[in-house]
Ligand binder design. Structure first.
Ligand SMILES: [Zn+2]
Length: 228
């Protein structure tokens, strides 16, 4: 039975409990993650996201920086897992291929936003429709919508598509024509890597990531995280 009536799901006592646990278990970063979530929900999702449990732990998929659980029947709140190393330099020089100097609240915020986009698609839009969770019309639409809200101009994120192109290295066909080969092309005007790892990937593509992350920038209105 659904214990959370429509419109009030995962609110009230669940939210309060999350905050108490966050403060006691994770301290300032635990509360900060929820404050950041509240900012993201209000500014980028019109308050439509269900309240999640935000856990700071090694992710289920060990290599990932974060993970959002998907519960399409909406019977449980989303669980967003953030890797603690997002906030501090790890022993590896380039954890997840990311420059260690970029680690900190700024990157953690962008990662939380990315996971919130997955939660929005899973809970509010009916789940992924594409080949993968990122090569998906619903994902690219969210990237385009939120990029604009974040102040990025002229960005068009698109899915990938297989197209047949002439293969000039292959021998000519018997009729003397170029043989063709199938390649996967990105529609839109930014590389698919930037689409799949938005917003971090977009900042990288635009050459803005190093300055933004190493200076630990955050959108106006997001509280600072000092103790991590
Ligand atoms: Zn993702």
């Amino acid at each position: 039975m659904n214990r959370y009536p429509k419109g009030r799901r995962f609110s009230g006592s669940f939210r309060d409990s999350c905050l108490v646990v966050a403060e006691n278990v994770y301290g300032q970063k635990g509360v900060w993650a929820y404050e950041s979530f509240a900012f993201i929900n209000q500014n980028y999702f019109d308050g439509r996201l269900p309240w999640p449990q935000i856990v700071w732990a090694l992710t289920e998929h060990g290599g990932c920086v974060a993970w959002a659980s998907a519960s399409h029947d909406k019977s449980k709140p989303p669980v967003i897992t953030l890797h603690p190393s997002l906030l501090r330099g790890s022993e590896k020089k380039r954890p997840w291929g990311i420059d260690a100097r970029w680690l900190g609240p700024s990157l953690a915020f962008d990662t939380l936003l990315h996971e919130c986009m997955h939660a929005h698609i899973d809970y509010n839009l009916g789940g992924q429709t594409g080949r993968t969770s990122h090569d998906c019309e619903r994902w690219t639409r969210q990237v385009n919508r939120i990029a604009k809200l974040m102040g990025f101009e002229g960005i068009h994120a698109g899915r990938t598509k297989c197209v047949r192109v002439p293969d000039r290295n292959a021998p000519r066909t018997v009729r003397g024509k170029f043989a063709t080969t199938v390649v996967r092309k990105t529609l839109g005007n930014i590389p698919f890597r930037a689409v799949a790892s938005f917003p971090q990937g977009l900042r990288e593509h635009l050459g803005l990531a190093a300055a933004y992350y190493s200076m630990q920038k955050l959108p106006d209105g997001v509280p600072r995280l000092t103790d991590y």
